[in-house]
Write a protein that binds this ligand. Structure first.
Ligand SMILES: Nc1ncnc2c1ncn2[C@@H]1O[C@H](COP(=O)(O)OP(=O)(O)OP(=O)(O)O)[C@@H](O)[C@H]1O
Length: 214
């Protein structure tokens, strides 16, 4: 699967956030997106997912122009920056809802001692985020978008997800952004940097330094 977004122009009032943005995501690759706060990463994700309509946008899937929001196809899953799961759903039911195996999750995260009948509201911020990332990652979709998944996660769990992402990319197109950027650098087969509305393809860590990202 190849997803291409081209000539994305997004303006809020007088403020231009995305300026003729191009982005390509494909199965077998992890595509990373970095950018300073407020640079437009979440806005771009929302345009791709179909939550937001840009003033100008061309989105193609396997070279076919898509006029309908991608979320309608059910081939896409999106982890927003904010909480994904409702507070009052039980952990067991959340896995049922996303048709993801709770048994496999327990094998992947044996140290997490979570009572499966408890509601999401009884999880810590990090525990909740681990479950949310896992549900999106293992969902039966071809294209996943993750906005700041690693927020709240301790280093060991970030590492664990790095290996799960590398497994899952074999049959999924993955687009990911995070301010915890070292894992993004390690994971990304293709890396973009969004700066003042413009998208730049990044080939080395030094380029990010030159752009004063860090
Ligand atoms: N609905 C909106 N109306 C007006 N301005 C908005 C709206 N949503 C976002 N913005 C502005 O657009 C810019 C880009 O926001 P966006 O959330 O896409 O950035 P981001 O790169 O994801 O930021 P961060 O890394 O801080 O989460 C910001 O300046 C923000 O204030």
């Amino acid at each position: 699967m190849i997803i291409e977004a081209d000539s994305i122009e997004l303006t809020y009032g007088l403020k231009k956030v995305l300026n003729s943005v191009y982005l390509r995501v494909e199965t077998g690759k992890i595509t990373g997106l970095l950018g300073r706060n407020g640079s437009g990463k979440s806005s771009l994700f929302n345009v791709l997912f179909g939550n937001k309509k840009a003033q100008n946008q061309h989105i193609k899937v396997n070279q076919k122009v898509c006029t309908k929001p991608l979320y309608i196809s059910k081939r896409i899953a999106y982890l927003p920056q904010t909480q994904l799961l409702p507070k009052h759903i039980s952990i067991k039911n959340a896995f049922k809802l996303y048709e993801v195996s709770l048994e496999l999750f327990t094998k992947d995260f044996p140290d997490l001692k979570i009572e499966h009948n408890n509601n999401v509201s009884r999880l810590s911020g990090g525990e909740r985020r681990i479950i949310e990332i896992y549900l999106i990652l293992k969902s039966n979709t071809n294209f996943i978008i993750l906005d700041e998944p690693f927020n709240h996660l301790s280093p060991l769990y970030v590492e664990k997800f790095e290996s799960l992402f590398n497994e899952e990319k074999q049959h999924k197109a993955i687009l990911i952004s995070d301010h915890i950027f070292r894992p993004i650098l390690r994971l990304s087969d293709t890396l973009y940097f969004l700066d003042k509305g413009n998208m730049k393809l990044i080939n080395s860590e030094n380029e990010l330094k030159d752009l004063q990202y860090f």
